[in-house]
Design a protein around this ligand. Structure first.
Ligand code: ACO
Length: 331
């Protein structure tokens, strides 16, 4: 057993409420698709879209405040904020804006980008600061407004994504409840899922040319990503379980990135986890990237499905390609 200065507990969760929903029927007025196609292939029936008054900052802050309240902490108790996002308000980082909005004036704050794996990567990063005894109270936020970068004319992708924000509080604890984790990346598969910067040359002076441009909408090879997810996610969960000294029969809740209901079911089947132990809010939220795991966690905690002491096996996967798993005991 590894020895740490401090154990790690996940003690609070929160999410943001988005009013506007976009149904499959709404989408069928924009692109050639149908509720039947989308629901059968993905399990999605609607997704939330941020309103004109919303920003990544405001939604991330709402989720963070709710998580801090559940953990019975005040914003000034927070030492660090890690904001997992691929869709910041500001490419220099949005976490500091969240810091000021929630009044966490003592906290350092930074963004972390690992696409749909972002929440798991951020959770594990937070745990390292706690285990080394540097910080005691950390807010980990997963927030993404994918509607900003969706190609609304591409039916292969636009039916999948939605907007959202979720957060957890991670605290130092005498007992270590982050039982095991594993993080992975494979850049050889980077081309499967991209939100790429495209630039044009702009001669500046003499032989100096700068290249400025913009990010293009999301592109994805759906079949490749599907194949990758159903083979790599069970594997990474099994590795994290191994580090935890646990087996799949110890899993009370399987909490996967909400990308596609068929992926959730295929992974559960491979791990032999019964479907009633699989948390899914696909139908109501679609794929909210880094936000999907903390939103689903928060819903299951607040409706009392997840109880203190329950073992949660969580796993994120997505662009990079990146994937990872964290096994933790809730509460
Ligand atoms: N409505 C109607 N028809 C459609 C739609 C749509 N929205 N989208 C595609 N089709 C058509 C295609 O044009 C194709 O028609 P064709 O055979 O005449 O060419 C047919 O349906 C089949 O298309 P496929 O792309 O092969 O459909 P597939 O069964 O693979 O389902 C899907 C597509 C749902 C995207 C699936 O591949 C998938 O879920 N992949 C995983 C994607 C994923 O999880 N991405 C997110 C993870 S990473 C992250 O979260 C950012």
């Amino acid at each position: 057993m590894q020895q740490f200065d401090s154990g790690v507990s996940v003690t609070g969760s929160g999410s943001a409420k988005l009013e506007t929903t976009l149904s499959n029927d709404d989408l069928s007025k924009i692109v050639e698709t149908s509720d039947e196609w989308i629901a059968t292939r993905t399990g999605i029936r609607q997704r939330h879209i941020a309103g004109p008054q919303d920003s990544l900052r405001s939604l991330a802050a709402e989720a963070a405040k709710n998580a801090i309240a559940m953990a019975n902490l005040a914003p000034v108790d927070i030492d660090l904020i890690i904001l997992a996002t691929s869709t910041p308000d500001d490419l220099f980082g949005t976490a500091s804006q969240v810091q000021v909005e929630i009044g966490a004036f003592r906290a350092a704050a930074f963004d972390l980008t690992a696409a749909c794996s972002g929440f798991i990567f951020a959770l594990v990063t937070a745990a390292q600061y706690i285990r080394t005894g540097v910080y005691k109270n950390i807010v980990v936020i997963g927030a993404d407004l994918l509607s900003r970068w969706t190609d609304w004319g591409d039916r292969r992708t636009c039916v999948l994504f939605g907007d959202g924000a979720g957060a957890v509080v991670v605290q130092a604890d005498q007992r270590d409840r982050l039982l095991g984790f594993e993080l992975c990346s494979d850049g050889t598969l980077n081309h499967c899922l991209n939100l790429t910067y495209h630039s044009e040359s702009q001669p500046l002076t003499g032989d100096i040319t700068v290249h400025s441009g913009r990010f293009a909408p999301i592109t994805m090879n759906g079949r490749e990503v599907y194949r990758f997810a159903v083979s790599k996610v069970p594997e990474v969960i099994e590795k994290a379980l191994f580090h935890a000294g646990l087996s799949t029969s110890d899993i009370r809740w399987l909490l996967l990135h909400q990308a596609n209901q068929r992926i959730l079911e295929a992974v559960a089947q491979r791990l032999q986890v019964p479907l009633e132990r699989v948390i899914s809010n696909m139908a109501r939220h679609g794929n909210t990237s880094a936000a999907s795991i903390p939103i689903a966690l928060d819903e299951a905690v607040r409706d009392s499905r997840i109880q203190p002491g329950d073992i949660v096996a969580s796993s994120g996967f997505g662009a990079g390609l990146t994937w990872g798993a964290a096994i933790f005991e809730w509460g």
